[in-house]
Design a protein around this ligand. Sequence first.
Ligand code: 5RP
Length: 229
Amino acid sequence: MNQNELKKLVGEKSVEFVEDNMILGLGTGTTVRYMVDALGKRVQEEGLHITGVTTSERTAQQAKSLGIPLKSVDEVDHIDLTIDGADEISSDFQGIKGGGAALLFEKIVAINSDKVMWIVDESKLSPKLGSFPLPVEVIPYGSKKIFERFAEKDLNPKFRRDPVTKELVRTDSNNYVIDLYLHEIDEPHSLAEYLINQVGVVEQGLFLDMVDTVIVGRENGPEVIPVNR
Ligand code: 5RP
């Protein structure tokens, strides 16, 4: 199976956990796209009643096109379950997210969810976080100063640019993303605290102690891993 087939496998598996009348957080990314397709199918074919809380314009557009009713995080009193992708998951189930520049809304939705599920193909697993560049969302004003501070601290920052237009990437909140090329993160909790305390940083992509279930797409089928936290 190639990577896209593994993504489809976990996307389809994850919607088996969706029950009637749930309020569901819908993540962002290519894996989530398969999940939203499968969810739309259940809504259309089984008449499943759900309310989606999306984490990006992209996911909102897809969900709307499939007839999934949506509300914003401020319009619901709880979220039963959020299903999202991840860029890297360590052996102790900490994660890096934000490869699709949706980390801010993804984190807001995740921390307001009763349960969080990540769906990934097996290439996303690594013993220790850091091989995927860590995204940091920053306000444009003063972002050069933050960049310089990160460089002085040897965090290897790089502004994210669109690969085609070479323009700086803007998030749904019109902010920039600085990716930190760290290779290995020894102390994710202290790094997360340092980053979030920098004035001008809106959010950072370490998703720590947040996930309840991981579904990993493997050659021999999806593996559902409950996480104790
Ligand atoms: C977007 C994210 C995505 O969940 C992450 O990038 C995984 O994406 P994909 O499923 O396309 O590999 O964090 O901000």
